[in-house]
Design a protein around this ligand. Structure first.
Ligand code: GTP
Ligand code: MG
Length: 395
């Protein structure tokens, strides 16, 4: 035993002459040495660790993440080529809506004028799709007229519907800021600030994770502010995304002032000349006035650092919400002047058609659409592609 301990000592380069024979002394020396090494890796002495943080907001790197060689990071940020293409994902994602509403609608058209029963069924289906009462009525009237002219089978109906819906949304979609989709190298260092808001569980944090991943894979530097300071788990969830994406995350102590975190994140982004600063906010009900006021404050405080910030205020909407989403969107828009919408969870809902009424009622475009939980399940909202997938038409 003593021989073994001696050999450990000599391997450590420690003189053992004074301790030979004293096994307990030896163990305690070893214990102190090991504790010292442990504390060194913990980042300081216990006296340093109990010191109160100097500022409320602090930037934390994930302790377990070691600096990686640059080549490895570059490799990690390579765009992932999905096994399943986006158009297939979108089509699969919208299959519920297609199967339960739009596909069934098509089968009602057999070429000639519509019967009363058919009309009733059409109206019912349109209501269940949540495209909004005004649009549903307008559409029913339009197809009734068109059917009277004859030669109006399923295919003709689908093309008619495609054009009808496109007309309702196209003009609003023309003005989307392309920086949201593609990092423009000529704008390097001009921090674009994106604030993401929405009701609880709509998919904000996941969407930000996906968005940050897309942008860093295009070579952009991204700073993310975890302004949802109410739940540590939510912040940890975002941290995992940011670590994976290679984005810098600014987080604060649980319960800190969310506006302060947003401010700190933007300050960091400006100092680092980051290309994007994305702010995750806590979910809230649009009916809670005080929480909505807090969001307005978080938005306004950014103007102290950049009078044009935030450049984008995006509302995340869960497709399952259906008609209630319009109320949500209206309230968020009133408080924050939304610049865009992100429509998530279209895969889990037959109400993906509600996008039409939301866009129409708000005159705010959909920027992204989510059809699942992985990075590849979020993509630019392309109107033709969306309507084509919804109606099962080749575009
Ligand atoms: N199926 C599906 N699930 C999604 C999609 N987007 C987000 N989710 C899931 O929805 C759940 C809630 O997402 P979060 O990103 O935490 O939502 P949040 O808006 O940040 O929630 P709060 O911060 O609590 O308000 C998670 O389980 C996500 O994986 C989507 O497009 N499709
Ligand atoms: Mg969240």
């Amino acid at each position: 035993m003593i021989d073994l301990i001696q050999s450990i000592y000599s391997a450590l380069g420690v003189s053992t002459s004074a301790n030979i024979g004293d096994v307990y002394g030896l163990f305690s020396t070893l214990f102190i040495a090991v504790s010292g090494v442990f504390m060194f890796f913990q980042g300081g002495t216990s006296a340093e660790r109990i010191e109160a943080p100097k500022t409320e907001v602090k930037k934390e790197a994930a302790p377990e993440v070691k600096p990686e060689p640059k080549e490895e990071l570059e490799q990690k940020r390579e765009p992932v080529v999905p096994e399943v293409s986006w158009s297939e994902r979108l089509k699969k994602g919208l299959s519920r809506s297609r199967g339960q509403v739009w596909g069934r609608l098509g089968s009602l058209f057999s070429g000639g004028a519509l019967t009363e029963e058919q009309l009733e069924e059409i109206e019912e289906l349109l209501y269940s799709a949540d495209i909004g009462p005004a649009t549903a009525t307008e559409l029913t009237e339009a197809v009734t007229e068109r059917a009277k002219q004859g030669d109006f089978g399923e295919d003709e109906f689908k093309s008619f519907l495609f054009n009808f819906l496109k007309e309702k949304m196209a003009a609003i979609h023309d003005g989307v800021d392309t920086d949201l989709y593609q990092f423009d190298e000529s704008k390097r260092g001009k921090t674009k600030v994106i604030m993401v808001v929405g009701v609880n569980g709509a998919g904000k944090t996941t969407t930000i994770g996906k968005l940050a991943t897309k942008l860093t894979s295009q070579g952009a530097n991204v700073v993310v502010g975890a302004c949802d300071t109410f739940r540590a788990a939510a912040v940890d969830q975002l941290q995992v995304w940011c670590d994976r994406a290679g984005a810098t995350m600014i987080r604060a102590k649980e319960g800190s002032n969310p506006s302060g975190v947003g401010y700190e994140a933007l300050q960091t982004a400006l100092t680092q000349k980051a290309d994007y600063c994305i702010l995750d906010t806590a979910g809230r009900l649009h009916t809670k006035g005080n929480l909505m006021d807090e969001l307005a404050k978080s938005k306004n405080v950014l103007k102290k650092l950049d009078e044009n910030a935030p450049h984008q205020v995006l509302l995340v909407i869960d497709a399952i919400t259906g008609q209630n989403a319009i109320r949500q969107a209206e309230e968020f828009n009133k408080t924050l002047d939304l610049t865009g919408l992100i429509f998530t969870k279209c895969d889990g809902s037959s109400k993906a058609g509600s996008a039409v009424s939301i866009v129409q009622s708000l005159k705010v475009p959909i920027t992204y659409i989510g059809v699942g939980e992985s990075v590849e399940d979020l993509n630019n909202f392309n109107l033709d592609e969306y309507l084509g997938a919804l109606l099962d038409l080749q575009v």
